[in-house]
Write a protein that binds this ligand. Sequence first.
Ligand SMILES: Cc1cc2nc3c(=O)[nH]c(=O)nc-3n(C[C@H](O)[C@H](O)[C@H](O)COP(=O)(O)O)c2cc1C
Length: 359
Amino acid sequence: MISLADIEKAAASVLDPAIWDFVTGGSGDEQTLRANRAALDAVAVVPRVLSGVGGASAATVLVASPSEFPAAVAPMAYQRLVHPDGEVALAQAAYSAGIPYVVSTLSSSPVEEIAATGAELWFQLYWLRDRDVVRNLMRRAEQAGCRALIVTVDVPVMGRRRRDIRNSFALPPSISASHLPAEHTAGAQLTDAKTSALAAHTQSIFDPAFGWEDLAWLAERTSLPVVIKGILDPDDARRAARMGVAAVVVSNHGGRQFDGAPPSITALAAIVEAVAGSCQVLLDSGIRSGKDMLRALACGADGVLIGRPLLWGLAADGAAGAYQVLDLLRAEFTESLILAGCADVHAARGLRTITRIGW
Ligand SMILES: Cc1cc2nc3c(=O)[nH]c(=O)nc-3n(C[C@H](O)[C@H](O)[C@H](O)COP(=O)(O)O)c2cc1C
């Protein structure tokens, strides 16, 4: 296993095809999913030379969390689908690698069990119709020791994921959203011909009318730093920054929400300019190597979230497999820093880039 692509192949060979589709798939024609990769591949980073750099430090601080390298584990629902140890194993890997782990609202293990790994946790919140559940989740995350609240804003409804519809995808009875009351979780397990139970479930519990006032309501009720995930427009980023958020995550949800949205890496520069240093800017969607991490930083990001590759590692070999993914990313990123003449993460953000399709 010397690249994330090797680990992807290993995961594909062990996962049930419908679960593989759930992990891999995007929405609609999967144009945004493909565009994320094409756009990252189009970014060349111009290396500096003679900088006298004998080694490099990849360490940084993301939001308020120290991180061994500029990455955090993206929030991903139902991790026990890909491995019985699920979220706990992935959080163990994050702990060993020294990076934050983001607990999903739709986690298949409770936040308290994940916290017992000792990992630095952030909690991801969806805006649910039942405001009491939202309020309780915020309290619960704070009490479990989470260090940030990351509010996902790009899921008014679930993107139309055709693979899941074709597979009539539903959760097996042993897996559910452990943070939600039982009456809110059963829908995700109901198999119905040619519908995605997950999409139907989302529709029944998520409030599609989420707005800026609701975000202010949330921010007033937590003492944690707030991060907004799913921003692609600079005006939205500026407005979030004016509200005092700690960071925005430039993301198209890994091509799983609005198909036709721009690649995150393409949207990044305008957002970095719009927030003008008033909050951090993180990025996800398509990061598959340390080289991609350097690309994101050179385009102005403070750090990245790692998504699907960690589910590949988890599926292939539990906590050890997920750690292998993080270890490879850390090694590749540190090497990329040295090759580009950067002593640290700060220097990487000053590198020039040239973007051209089809080098
Ligand atoms: C299986 C799966 C489940 C996900 N669940 C969530 C979730 O519960 N909350 C959320 O904010 N994002 C969720 N995401 C999106 C990720 O946080 C992230 O934005 C995306 O995976 C990044 O793209 P990449 O996987 O191509 O790197 C999920 C992604 C995948 C692949």
